[in-house]
Design a binder for this molecule. Sequence first.
Ligand SMILES: Nc1ncnc2c1ncn2[C@@H]1O[C@H](COP(=O)(O)OP(=O)(O)OP(=O)(O)O)[C@@H](O)[C@H]1O
Ligand SMILES: [Mg+2]
Length: 274
Amino acid sequence: MHRVANTRAAREPGPCIAVHGRMNRDEAVDTAAAARPPLLVSLRGASVRFGPLAALERIHLALHRGDRLALVGANGSGKTTLLRLLHGLAPADGERTAYPLAPEGRPLRAAMLFQRPFLLNLSVRWNVLVGLWLAGVPAAERHARCHRALERVGLSTLAARRARELSGGQQQRLALARAWALAPDILFLDEPTASLDPGAKREVEQVIGEFAADGVTIVMSTHNLGQAKRLATRVAYLEGGRLLADLPVDRFFDGRELPEQARQFLKGELPWNT
Ligand SMILES: Nc1ncnc2c1ncn2[C@@H]1O[C@H](COP(=O)(O)OP(=O)(O)OP(=O)(O)O)[C@@H](O)[C@H]1O
Ligand SMILES: [Mg+2]
């Protein structure tokens, strides 16, 4: 398994969130990590339990600025739980650390898009404006940011429409606009194109690709391996709550470095999803 070294943390600014335990700053230094972009979030031995069920077991993962990480794995393998954990929404044993953004030194901003976007029964515009209000964005900035975000996803002409009357693809683009309006450093996307038709899927993928090109770090779960190939630079494979592979996209799909289970997964899924 290609594991991004945890140890870069020893050279990063101090953690702003440490859920459990403290970072061991004396851990060995991996010289390969020195050339990587700044670390944003790291998990070390992080586990999530739901009663007797271990949804995630001892996950080690380092997310760097500019990563486009796709999480793949069967239903129930732990993808959504891992997204929530990385975002700081799931209580875990072990350690999660979010680092201030270097060189600015401000806290990270992250937004999450859930598989079924929750849209208020208001206009498209007001869905974005309420999101900005909830995030504490000053009133004077809200309208301009909302306008830019809707333009960004191609929805400005529908700003006055009721959000719940939009098509599935348009609703997903609205949810992306609402997230993008918050100027996130990281976007967590849970199956962002599930249940969309091919045209809507392409539109949403294009928006995600543009956000990534702007420098937003992307972590997304997907059942669509073709989508992982198109959008990700790195792919992680989960099975039964364990992270069995985490490789650059070309090495992942090459398959030679994968454990047997992940190879089987690729064999089973590729003919259907590319
Ligand atoms: N709130 C919860 N309470 C109890 N069990 C949960 C909860 N959330 C997730 N689980 C369990 O944790 C495991 C991992 O679930 P998770 O939703 O992360 O999987 P997933 O890979 O996202 O699956 P899918 O592909 O179906 O979306 C599953 O066994 C699931 O039933
Ligand atoms: Mg899920």
